[in-house]
Write a new protein. Structure first.
Length: 431
């Protein structure tokens, strides 16, 4: 790891009002504003200078709101596709891969692009904060934060639905600074978020912040920075599967910075984001041209989530309506919300592995399935410059090489557990 690292200089801006202000350390909302709006980092350096690979993800530190560099990170890797491109008749398909594929230079131990968030968010934390970080997840985010916090001795509480805990595998036992609590079987990501909200409001704990945390979004935006700096220009189309849509918001924000940078052309990349049928709340809202999410019955939502293979795409309260959120991103950049069924995603994953030589996660397979369909139906043309964001892969390869250790929950809560019961039980784990 390279030690020559200085704190990135930036300010924050409310997307809604344009007001610029200093970061108080962990600012998630614009001070004094009542209407919900994302805040965005405004970096002092307007032209991106990419550092060498020894920095891991921090090679993009000019545009990451971080004050320290943590050990163990890897940056997304972008390469020009030959196999899948030939299968689909595309001349300019580029794949950005975040996962485990050492031959390509991708060394994400948790095999997911959620590591880009974890290294950026934890790099934004200062040792003086002295609080337990609280993260809710449907699986991959928890695994990434658990690994990063364990490796760097950062106290962490993760909240995950019990049905998703098989996603919490690691190649070594974790440091006991990482604790897991669950919402019981039959619950979903929304229930895990509810648990995390209760804990984040307690003294000694701090909410990671989800999409509101500029470090999370700008960490995910490194996929776009990897693609653009490797290709030498901004892509025409961006394909990614979404649960919350935060990755797509991040790509759009990175695109806006790259336009201001001026080194990579003037393209505003179309966001081609996808959901796994039958759980399609963002698709429904977008096709109704509605800024607000449409009403969705809790029990129906839970049943739909049970049906989808890509469990990580199961966010019921995504940052879609908020100013600067996905609704605004899609309207500004152009693009569409696409759908893929389980079977289409399974077939796409098989084709990707055959054509490119690596296994991919179900969410990445959903994105690939929609790319295949877009190539087939003429939505994209053979000469278009396309970025396919493979948000996780190489897991089968990683697992075949390593003994696995699973993180076990300290406490499993009933969906109707009281706030005081949750407070008391979880506080005892840390204090």
């Amino acid at each position: 790891m390279n030690n020559q690292f200085t704190k990135t200089k930036y300010q924050l801006q409310s997307v809604k009002t344009g007001k610029i202000f200093d970061d108080a350390g962990w600012t998630l909302d614009a001070p004094g504003e009542t209407e919900p709006s994302l805040v965005r980092a405004i970096y002092e350096k307007k032209q991106l200078e990419v550092k060498d690979d020894s920095y891991g993800i921090y090679k993009f530190a000019d545009w990451l709101p971080v004050g320290r560099m943590l050990k163990g990170s890897s940056a997304p890797v972008t390469y020009k596709s030959e196999g899948l491109a030939a299968e689909l008749g595309l001349k300019n398909l580029w794949i950005t891969f975040s996962g485990y594929w050492p031959e390509k230079g991708a060394n994400f131990k948790t095999c997911s692009f959620k590591e880009t968030e974890a290294y950026s968010v934890c790099g934004r934390m200062t040792p003086e904060m002295n609080k337990v970080l609280v993260v809710a997840s449907a699986g991959n985010t928890a695994r990434a934060f658990a690994q990063v916090c364990s490796d760097n001795h950062i106290p962490l509480l993760i909240c995950v639905p019990e049905d998703n805990i098989n996603a919490l595998w690691f190649d070594a036992p974790l440091n006991d600074c990482v604790k897991l609590i669950c919402s019981k079987t039959g619950s979903d990501y929304f229930d895990a978020i509810h648990l995390s909200n209760i804990m984040a409001g307690m003294e000694g704990f701090i909410a990671e912040g989800g999409a509101k945390n500029v470090a999370r979004r700008d960490g995910m935006g490194t996929t776009m920075l990897s693609a653009t700096t490797t290709i030498g220009q901004i892509p025409d189309y961006y394909f990614q599967a979404i649960g919350s849509g935060t990755g797509a918001i991040a790509a759009w924000e990175a695109n806006l910075r790259l336009l201001e940078d001026g080194q990579f052309g003037k393209t505003k990349m179309k966001l081609m984001v996808s959901q796994n049928k039958p759980f399609v709340p963002i698709y429904d809202a977008w096709n109704a041209n509605s800024r607000s999410m449409l009403p969705l019955d809790d029990e129906l939502a839970r049943r739909q989530v049970e049906e989808i293979d890509a469990k990580v795409l199961s966010n019921r309260k995504p940052p879609y309506p908020i100013f600067g959120g996905l609704f605004d991103a899609l309207n500004d950049a152009g693009g569409d919300v696409l759908l893929a069924a389980n079977q289409e995603a399974t077939e796409a994953a098989a084709l990707f592995e055959k054509a490119e030589g690596i296994d991919i996660h179900p969410a990445a397979a959903v994105a690939t399935a929609t790319l295949i369909e877009a190539a087939k139906n003429g939505t994209i043309k053979k000469d278009d410059l396309i970025m396919l964001n493979i948000t996780g892969g190489g897991e089968a390869r990683f697992k075949s090489k390593n003994e696995l250790f699973y993180l076990k929950p300290q406490i499993i809560f009933d969906i109707n557990a009281s706030t005081s019961e949750i407070h008391k039980a979880v506080s005892a784990l840390f204090f």
